[in-house]
Design a binder for this molecule. Structure first.
Ligand code: DON
Length: 581
């Protein structure tokens, strides 16, 4: 039994943010909330609705939509549009993503693929220079970096199919924020300073993200985005056609034609949201539902969970060398498969059933030596993985009826290509960088990628985004997800294992130190918090361990249990916020 249920001590409400007045008095509490004070990190607690996300204003908007009677999809769409205003490094209109929804009514899950697609004119070698090498600037920071955006189509599809409010209602808060402005936070000044050089290189981005005199906004100054407000209004008034066929589409194509961009009016008109069956697997008594291809996330989370299911992980102890060895070896096996088999399933079949089969895991498990690291080169030759990319964002939403949304969306790099479409306030994604620009050959980061992810017109680049919902005793229990490029998969995996196998509360599960291994390069990345003694033991087993580099991922998670919503934002990056009532 989960620890919260076991230790009945007293009714403790730790933090309630954005609580409606008198909520505790108004709500009949059937089950007391039990908190185990053995853990040093505690979740935020709410009763009726909750949004865990990367930025305060947007989380509060989502929570308010729930309070106003909107459902979790209304809240997810309002939060998604709000983040496009308040969190420009990853919140977006011209990016793409995946939304996983659990609907209590009908007890079913829906997966919405609104990933960007390659423009029709995209071609296999488009990012190779005359010297035959990858042209990094063209791949990541040019008009050609951008796939056909999916976010607006995805959000409006979700709203129209599963929401209950009008477009105008869910877009109004984002429009107000863009029009009236909001005080610039520490986090935003920091993010803009970090990517300032790139943004300043593009005249439109310079105009949008900096003051008229070219200086950066100071903390507390009001930042207004009238162009973005115009774009949001067009979407609010005219719907999806405003973006894909109307004036916004024309502005996107004009920007493309002013340079060497490939996206045409036809590409925009052809963009389609795809509803796909989510992936399902089990880990002991839990059912794990996650992202199918073109994400690699669900496949490899399920594959690694299968590999680890039979081991007494709790008995080994959390983050001990024995556990981390097993984890790293499992990650290697999964990521080796990823490089070979994963891509857009509409272009090349992905052997999902085989890769997530428990019998396959049992065979693979035999390849893991409990006392020794297997060199990656002996696991599989040839292909490898995507580079580490820099930004994406996730938010989780839940209500007390058992509805949940787990949404991850992205521009790919922080602030995408850093190129803004004149007159729209929008940054373009650089998702084309997620394709294998040179299948079979090392890219500039020393990595090799497979044919299944080569560039083809209309195809969606392989992703690692892994919005996930876990069920316990048939009830939706945990929603989570993360940014972090190829580290998303291992981040979500360890968060799930911490909650499912180590019975941590959701705050501890998200905050605990993580590792990452992606097969190639053959090294474990370990966050601060993994003990140097453990690192030495891992090294003795033959692992190369890189300790204390960048942090790994950033989760935004909610657990629904006994009628309580327990949320946690990951403190690895600033400004995350759990809003609930
Ligand atoms: O789809 C993907 O997997 C990447 N484009 C995500 C990029 C990302 O997570 C960067 N974030 N830190």
């Amino acid at each position: 039994m989960y620890r919260l249920q076991q230790l009945l001590l007293s009714l403790l409400v730790i933090t309630v943010i954005g609580a409606s007045p008198g909520w505790a008095r108004d709500t009949a509490i059937e089950e007391p909330l039990i908190i185990d004070f053995k853990e040093r990190f505690l979740p935020v607690v709410a009763r009726s609705g909750m949004v865990a996300g990367p930025e305060q204003l947007a989380s509060e908007i989502g929570s308010r939509i729930l309070q106003q009677g909107g459902n979790v999809v209304d809240a997810a769409v309002a939060t998604g549009f709000a983040l496009a205003v308040t969190y420009p490094r990853a919140g977006n209109l011209a990016g793409g993503g995946f939304m996983l929804i659990h609907l209590a009514e009908g007890n079913r899950q829906v997966f919405i693929d609104y990933r960007e697609s390659a423009p029709a004119a995209a071609s296999r070698d488009m990012f190779l220079g005359e010297d035959g090498k990858i042209d990094l600037m063209r791949m990541y920071f040019s008009l050609q970096s951008s796939g056909v955006p999916g976010t607006v189509a995805g959000m409006l599809y979700a709203l129209e199919t599963y929401g209950s409010m009008s477009r105008e209602q869910v877009l109004a808060p984002a429009i107000a924020l863009a029009e009236e402005g909001f005080p610039v936070s520490f986090a935003l000044t920091y993010e803009l300073a970090n990517q300032g050089k790139r943004l300043r290189n593009n005249p439109e981005s310079l105009r949008l993200f900096f003051k008229p005199d070219g200086n950066a906004y100071e903390i507390g100054e009001i930042w207004r985005q009238p162009d973005l407000a115009w774009t949001l209004r067009q979407i609010s008034e005219q719907g999806v056609d405003a973006f894909y066929k109307g004036e916004i589409a024309k502005r996107i194509v004009a920007a493309m034609q002013a340079g060497d961009g490939l996206i045409t009016l036809q590409d925009l008109a052809d963009y389609r949201v795809i509803e796909r069956p989510p992936l399902r697997g089990t880990f002991r008594e839990f059912e794990v539902v996650s992202a199918p291809p073109p994400s690699s996330g669900g496949v490899h989370i399920l594959q690694i969970l299968n590999l680890l299911e039979g081991d007494d992980l709790a008995g080994m102890g959390h983050n001990t060398a024995a556990y981390l060895h097993l984890l790293a070896e499992s990650m290697k096996l999964a990521y080796a498969d990823r490089s070979e088999y994963l891509g857009d399933p509409d272009f090349a079949p992905v052997p999902v059933a085989e890769l997530t089969d428990k019998a396959y895991a049992a065979r693979q498990r035999k390849m893991i030596d409990p006392g020794k690291a297997t060199p990656s080169t002996t696991i599989a030759p040839g292909s490898a993985l995507l580079r580490e990319s820099m930004d994406t964002t996730h938010y989780s939403i839940a209500d007390n009826k058992g509805n949940m949304v787990s949404n991850t969306y992205t521009l790919n790099a922080s602030f995408g290509s850093a190129i803004a479409v004149p007159g729209t306030g929008m940054l373009l994604n650089n998702e084309m960088g997620d394709f294998a620009a040179q299948p079979g050959k090392p890219n500039p980061f020393g990595l090799v990628q497979g044919e299944s992810n080569r560039i083809e017109g209309g195809k969606r680049p392989l992703s690692s985004m892994s919005p996930t919902i876990v069920f316990r005793d048939g009830k939706p229990w945990l929603a989570t997800g993360s940014p972090g490029g190829s580290r998303i998969i291992t981040t979500v995996l360890q968060t799930l294992l911490n909650a499912m196998a180590f019975e941590m509360n959701i705050a501890t599960a998200g905050i605990s130190a993580r590792i990452h291994h992606q097969w190639l390069p053959d090294e474990i990345l370990a966050e601060d918090g993994i003990s140097p003694d453990t690192v030495r033991l891992l090294e003795q087993m033959g692992h190369t361990v890189k300790l204390g580099g960048r942090t790994i991922g950033r989760t935004e998670s909610i657990i629904w249990e006994n009628g309580w919503l327990l949320g946690a934002t990951d403190t690895r990056r600033p400004q995350g916020w759990v809003a609930g009532f």
